[in-house]
Design a protein around this ligand. Structure first.
Ligand SMILES: C[S@@+](CC[C@H](N)C(=O)[O-])C[C@H]1O[C@@H](n2cnc3c(N)ncnc32)[C@H](O)[C@@H]1O
Length: 397
């Protein structure tokens, strides 16, 4: 039903060119004219994952251009994302010189947002990320020969023992112990975590939801050949060191002095600054993703505190009637709380898939003043694999 209504609404836009000149969006742009049904060729992956947006994989983020369009349209002075996730809203706000605040319940996501939006002394950063790699390399040659060195990098974590080959374990644990010697510890933690994700004993075709470790050679659907389980982490640490540096440098060229605050808290009760004139966010989709679980390797390696009980709408709660009721209450509580810090008539733009009709502005202290719908994943010119999303435009009442 939801899909059909949207498909009809955007049918006319289908054969027209979607918006790609994002800087052309102005306050006077009519939202009814926005065509956001990008095909892969209109908005290729490298643009959607530009600069720091690809510092670390994260399931369930929205594309930065979506944020940019609405920030250009509404020109807020203080934008807030109560479900900040990997920090897309905050990065885009900063690039446009707009102050921003984000909140997330997962400490790993907060770390990622802070790393993306921090200021760096690039020459110092460059020295540090090469130095830690050089030191790891020096230790690496001693792993098999020196039992004393070997013992330094053992772990009690059953997860690490289960999901990493012995050599990869040592390399990751060694890198993680060295981090404390540097200024940019959080950034090094992100490189470590990204490398750990790639170095897990998983098949190349199931990086997101692996069930059991892959310890033997296997027929790989992604590469159409026999692939070997990963035995080391060093090659990923080395690759992501270079990639991270490039991305941070690229963003530093457009980074502005606008302020970014990232709270690690439950957005139903977090203390916020007054004067928020726009919220831009995508709440968790109900029953789809466990946001702590997706970065379990990072929680284990970095010893991060798990707050998953406070996640709204996690996959493990499913999509039952009870789960839906709890979800709606959770989302409404976030907006009822947030509106206390908003300017009169402040706006909340919420990116959702609303097939269950769960989002009711009035129950959260807002009224709906507009909606923009779009077809997601329009990889080809055809309509196959339809998945739609709505950008709800609410105003505080
Ligand atoms: C759909 S994701 C947001 C993704 C984000 N738009 C991005 O581009 O990265 C939803 C986020 O809500 C967070 N979350 C869930 N329950 C929360 C709560 N009670 N308070 C704050 N954040 C919460 C999750 O940890 C997750 O990062």
């Amino acid at each position: 039903m939801y899909d059909n209504v949207i498909a009809q609404k955007i049918a006319k836009q289908y054969n027209q060119q979607p918006l790609t000149d994002f800087a052309s969006v102005k306050p006077e742009t009519d939202i009814e004219t926005l065509n956001l049904n990008w095909r892969e060729s209109d908005l290729p992956e490298y643009k959607r994952t530009k600069h720091v947006h690809r510092l670390h994989p994260y399931l369930g983020k929205f594309i930065p251009q979506l944020v940019e369009i609405f920030l250009r349209k509404y020109k807020p002075t203080l934008v807030y994302d109560p479900f900040a996730g990997s920090g897309t809203t905050l990065v885009e706000a900063n690039a446009l010189g707009i102050d921003s605040v984000g909140t997330d319940i997962s400490i790993f996501n907060v770390l990622l947002s802070r790393v993306k939006t921090a200021d760096y002394n690039i020459p110092l950063l460059e020295r540090e990320i090469h130095d830690i790699l050089r030191r790891l390399d020096a230790y690496k040659s001693k792993f098999s020969k020196d039992q004393k060195v070997n013992k330094l990098f053992l772990t009690k974590s059953e997860y690490i023992q289960k999901w990493f080959a012995p050599n990869a374990q040592k390399e990751l644990l060694c890198y993680s112990r060295l981090i404390k010697d540097y200024t940019y510890q959080d950034l090094l933690k992100v490189i470590l975590s990204r490398s750990a994700r790639s170095a897990r004993l998983v098949t190349h075709y199931d990086l997101d939801f692996p069930k059991e470790p892959q310890t033997k050679p296997y027929q790989c659907y992604k590469h159409q050949r026999t692939c070997q389980p990963v035995e080391e982490a060093y090659k990923f640490l080395s690759r992501y060191t270079i990639d991270t540096l490039d991305r941070v440098k690229e963003f530093s060229k457009i980074k502005t002095k606008a302020k970014v605050i990232v709270n690690h808290a439950d957005s139903r009760e977090v203390e916020l600054p007054m004067g928020i004139d726009m919220v831009f966010t995508s709440p968790p989709y109900i029953g789809l993703i466990d946001y702590h679980e997706q970065h379990k390797y990072a929680y284990e390696l970095l010893g991060l505190k798990n707050n998953e009980k406070r996640e709204i709408g996690p996959a493990k709660n499913g999509q039952s009637q009870q789960a839906k009721q709890d979800y709606i209450k959770g989302i409404n509580d976030v907006f009822l709380h947030t509106r206390k810090f908003m300017t009169p008539k402040g706006l909340a733009l919420i990116v959702v898939n609303d097939k269950y009709g769960l989002y009711k502005a009035e129950d959260a202290g807002f009224k709906e003043i507009g909606r923009v719908e779009r077809h997601v994943n329009r990889r080809t010119g055809r309509r196959g694999g339809a998945f739609y999303e709505s950008i709800l435009i609410w105003q505080k009442i």
